[in-house]
Each structure stands twice: as C-alpha cells, then as structure tokens.
Design a binder for this molecule. Structure first.
Ligand code: NIG
Ligand code: FE
Length: 411
C-alpha cells in the first residue's frame, strides 16, 4: 500500500544521510515547511515540499496531515519497563527526608522491586509491561530499550528477559533487551559480592546466551553497588557472549564508570548526573554515547546532567526516560525533552535530536528509526497544530500529540 501524507506544516528531522550527532551538530535540526511524505510497506519512501511536484496515483491512500507538525517518534534508549509494582511509599519516604541510598539500605529500592517481582508470574509481568508500552506509544515512543535487573537470581532474571523477548515479538516497535543482573546485590549475597558476581558469570550469562535473551550487558556502577573493577569484570564477561556494554554510570558519584564505559567501547554510558573533568574528557569525541536521564535527576532532586559541557566537549548525547518505579516513574519522553531544555539548557533542536536520532544510535537502531530518512520506519508523531517546533518543549505538561503512526499505520 502506498501512502501520501500531505499538508504537513513542518516535517522535522529530515536527513538524507543518517549518523550519530555530536557537539555543534546537535543544534542543527533540518526541516521542511509545508511538506509531503510518502510511505510504503511501513517505511519512508520520500518527502519534499508541497510547492514541488507531489507524488501520487489512483491507488494511493492520501492522509491530510491538516497542518500537523510531523517528527520521528521518540527513541527511548534506557528503560526498566518490566516491573511488578509501583513504589509510591518510597516517594513519601523521600519527601519525609530519606535519601535514595538510605531507602536502599533499609531494604527498599531495587530490593523492594525484586521481592515483588519474584512473586509475579511471567504472564502477569508481560501484561503489565504490555499496557505500559501501549501508553508510551500513545505518548510518541517509537523504539525502546528495556532492562532486566529486578530478578537478581537466575530464574527471575531469565523471567524478566523472557518477558522482554515476548514484547519484542509482539510489539510493533523495535525493542532492545539489556541484562542488568548487576543492578544490586541480592540479600542472600549481601556479604558475598564475589559469590554473586560468580553467579552472574557462571550461571546467568551462559543461560541468557543459550536462549539469546539479551542484546546488551548493563551494570549499576556506583558506590555501594558495583565498583569500577567489578563492572569491568561483568562487562567483559558479557562481551565474551557478544553483549556490548550499556552501563549505569556517574549517577550518584563520579566513580569512574563513564571512563570505563568509553574504554570498553560501550554503546552508551547512562545517567551522568555526577560528572567531573575526567569523565567529560572521556566522552569528548568518543563513539560511546552519553545518555542523559533528566527525569531521574528531577525525581531524586539531584543536580541535572551537565549537558552544555558535554556538547561543548564534542560528546554525542542522547536523552532517555529511565522509566522505573524507583527513580523515574514516568516514561513520557515529551516531558524528558521539555525538562532538558528547561533545566539543562538544551536548545529545542538539540533535545529533539538527542531524543530521536541519537536515541536510535544508543540502541544501534540508527539505520532503522530516529529521523525522516528514506528507508527508515514510518514511526512518526503527528502534533496538534503548533506555532513552531520550539513550542513542543516550551508548553511542558501539555499533551500536544494528535496521533502516532507506527510502521505507517496510526495506532
Ligand atoms: O536507573 N540507578 C539504578 N537503577 C535505576 C533505579 C532502579 C530503582 O530504583 O528501581 C535507575 O535510576
Ligand atoms: Fe536506569
């Protein structure tokens, strides 16, 4: 079926060639005013200005965009979408003055989620994650990465990864899976960190590899969680099975995770609230993408990520939601984009690039999604009529999404 979308007020992020953007390149957001776009078999086949000849034929389906702005769907490269239950009781604890670390120390946090996940069946977890994914798609998410890490034993980590595999098979959008067995130490290994790492290396990783359940290896590299040395051991073991690292780094402390990620050739190092000169230096000009998770900083009342310094250092940055019940109980990428403009002083163009094309590269999906490029999937956001694309992050909290198209069909 051939589709023509016409009367697009602005067609945003049009690129003849697709590549990861770094430094100054992030501020260039190419677009066409009063545009058309053609789609066949779910993929973009062409685009141009309405003032030039518009393709079409008798058997074509015509969609009048009616003055909508059209942009690539968000590419959310860091989520913990599979979880058992919300943790609003900890939200209240935090308001009452407890820190994230203090909540974790009293058995809350990740261990709280792990306890709840252990009692939930694979089917029930899948249903809950499926419903969350549908909501996110309606908010414009058109590709997503999902982590394990609330299992913390072999059976439950495999259970989570099998849920993600089912989402991959059933969801209409691309899904990537990261194995985050090293999210925290389970209670049984509280005083035997080496024993838990042995379990990850000798039992979990071989089982995951046998079933082909993960694309990436992730570790929470953080004081009180996994040290730089432990992170390196676990990442290298994952790499032996073909899993590239994508690691939680520099969230609460500048503990060397970002530098390690670059050294290992990680696809991305994520969080980056706590950056020092050496961490910024490591990402300067690096292939490893620095993925910023501003809603986690916002929710935990942490300092925001130094986005401008990273851009000035010629780093490639992406934006993601970190959707999880503990530090970012929202996967709304529209808010992520707004927040990064408001609090990290990203320009709207930089934020949109970071949440689309660079997010795609942070999942190695740069050839498939993230820009208006011939051959890429027609995973698109159609906005309400807006005065300019800058209005999107400006009007924070307002749902400006009119429709979302996935593989050329409205959801
Ligand atoms: O990315 N920082 C580590 N992991 C998650 C939070 C997990 C949780 O609190 O459940 C994050 O913020
Ligand atoms: Fe995370």
């Amino acid at each position: 079926m051939k589709i023509l979308v016409n009367h697009i007020a602005q067609l945003v992020n049009t690129r003849t060639r697709s590549k990861v953007l770094r430094g100054n390149e992030l501020a260039e957001l190419p677009m066409i005013n009063n545009a058309w776009l053609t789609i066949e078999n779910g993929c973009i086949t062409g685009y141009g200005s309405m003032s030039e000849p518009v393709p079409g034929g008798r058997d074509w389906t015509i969609i009048d965009a009616g003055g909508a702005t059209v942009l690539p769907a968000w590419c959310d490269s860091h989520t913990h979408l599979v979880f058992a239950a919300s943790r609003e009781e900890e939200f209240v604890d935090k308001i009452n003055g407890l820190s994230y670390a203090a909540i974790a120390a009293k058995g809350g946090g990740i261990l709280n989620s792990a306890r709840k996940l252990a009692t939930m069946s694979e089917d029930a977890l899948y249903d809950a994650a499926w419903n969350r994914l549908q909501s996110l798609m309606r908010l414009g998410t058109g590709a997503i990465e999902i982590k394990s890490g609330y299992g913390l034993d072999t059976n439950n980590e495999l259970k989570m990864l099998r849920v993600i595999r089912r989402l991959k098979a059933t969801a209409p959008i691309p899904v990537k899976a990261s194995f985050l067995g090293a999210h925290t130490y389970p209670l049984a290994y509280k005083d035997d960190h080496e024993g838990y790492i042995r379990l990850i290396l000798n039992e979990m990783l071989p089982a995951i590899a046998r079933e082909g359940l993960a694309d990436y290896i992730d570790v929470f590299c953080e004081e009180g969680f996994f040290s730089v040395e432990e992170t390196e051991t676990i990442c290298r073991a994952g790499m032996q099975y073909g899993l590239k690292p994508k690691i939680h780094a520099n969230q609460l402390h500048a503990s060397g995770g970002a530098e390690l990620g670059v050294e290992l050739g990680a696809v991305s190092v994520d969080h980056l609230e706590s950056m020092n000169a050496s961490a910024i230096d490591a990402l300067s000009g690096a292939d490893t993408i620095g993925t910023l998770l501003p809603t986690a900083a916002f929710f935990l009342r942490m300092p925001f990520q130094p986005a401008r310094e990273l851009i000035n250092a010629n780093a490639a940055i992406a934006l993601a939601s970190d959707f999880n019940p503990g530090s970012s109980p929202s996967g709304n990428m529209n808010f992520v984009v707004s927040l990064s403009c408001i609090q990290m002083k990203l320009l709207p163009a930089e934020a949109i690039n970071a949440a689309t094309i660079n997010g795609a590269y942070a999942m190695e999906l740069g050839d498939t999604v993230g820009s208006i490029t011939v051959g890429k999937k027609a995973n698109l956001i159609f906005t309400q009529p807006i005065p300019s694309v800058n209005y999107l992050p400006y009007a924070f909290g307002t749902n400006l999404i009119h429709k979302v198209m996935i593989n050329g069909a409205f959801i």
